[in-house]
Design a protein around this ligand. Structure first.
Ligand SMILES: [Mg+2]
Length: 309
């Protein structure tokens, strides 16, 4: 399926376009009015889903450590995986945190906005350089007098969270800009109530492309899903590979051709896609059983019951 981004270009003014910011490095933001995602007719062996965590699989909470991916959503991911859909998570969180949130679902994870890649449990590939030691200290000093603001050190990145103090957004923006000026090769990225400093060129789009080169994903149709500016790089990457993207949240400027309003509506949409896959399998199974019964053979195994797909 061809990406639909071009169809929505040039809807907003140049000033409005600039509000998307630098998340999609090297790409001009494309203003558009996303549509609801349609039902997919792809065979599960051709589909690759790249999912963000916060605001996409997990509802936002007062602090990131309070977040949970609902049990029903984890079961849904497991069932999609068992049907042959290739799944991965692209998150700004450290990889180990994402693995805990997904338990017991085991899928490839890109953590720290592309700074970490985990293809299997217990094995993490770091692709970001080490964070300059003075950066975190400088930020901690800068926020020490700001109630409700805290600094999170990550592998290859450092984040300043202001979710509980939205009035200091511009103070934090200035603080991180000043800090990064002393750190060549590092860049500021604004996410949902957070400013992060990360290595230039590391982002979720890079992670998506790396995974698409892995045997489990190669040749599949990529669909990226996320809620934030930091997901725009993944949207651009997925569309650039001939796939598509879904933005979660209120209408906003985005590269994603499709949009859903919230975490719950994404779970419902995924559940519907799963049912379509399962119904097609049952239908195929019935055809096979009828065919074998007509020839005097019954289904001999579970694999036979479900066909060869
Ligand atoms: Mg998010």
């Amino acid at each position: 399926m061809k990406c639909m981004v071009e169809n929505f270009a040039a809807v907003r003014t140049p000033h409005e376009r600039s509000t998307l910011g630098p998340a999609a490095e090297g790409m001009s933001p494309v203003a558009q009015q996303p549509a609801l995602p349609p039902d997919l007719f792809l065979h599960p062996s051709r589909l690759a889903l790249f999912l963000d965590v916060d605001g996409t699989l997990a509802p936002f909470t007062a602090r990131p450590e309070m977040s949970r991916i609902p049990c029903a959503t984890r079961k849904l991911l497991k069932r999609l995986q068992s049907q042959g859909v290739a799944l991965a998570v692209l998150s700004g969180r450290p990889l180990a945190q994402v693995r805990r949130l997904l338990h017991p679902v085991e899928i490839p994870i890109v953590g720290s906005h592309g700074g970490q890649l985990g293809l299997q449990p217990g094995r993490i590939v770091r692709s970001s350089p080490l964070l300059p030691s003075h950066l975190a200290g400088r930020l901690e000093n800068g926020v020490s007098t700001l109630p409700g603001v805290w600094v999170e050190k990550k592998p290859g990145a450092v984040a300043v969270h202001w979710r509980q103090a939205p009035e200091v957004r511009w103070t934090i923006a200035e603080l991180v800009q000043q800090a990064v000026q002393q750190a060549p090769g590092w860049a500021v990225m604004e996410g949902h109530c957070v400013h992060e400093i990360k290595a230039k060129g590391r982002h979720k789009g890079l992670g998506l492309r790396r995974l698409m080169n892995q045997p489990a994903f190669r040749g599949r149709w990529p669909l990226a899903v996320g809620d934030d500016r930091t997901d725009e790089d993944a949207f651009v990457a997925a569309c650039g590979l001939g796939g598509a993207a879904i933005r979660i949240g209120e209408p906003a400027e985005t590269h994603a051709p499709w949009q859903l309003p919230d975490v719950a509506s994404l779970a419902i949409w995924l559940e519907r896609q799963l049912r379509r896959i399962e119904v097609r399998r049952v239908s195929r199974s019935t055809q096979l059983i009828t065919k074998h019964a007509g020839n005097g053979f019954g289904p001999k195994s579970k694999e036979g019951e479900y066909g060869t797909a």
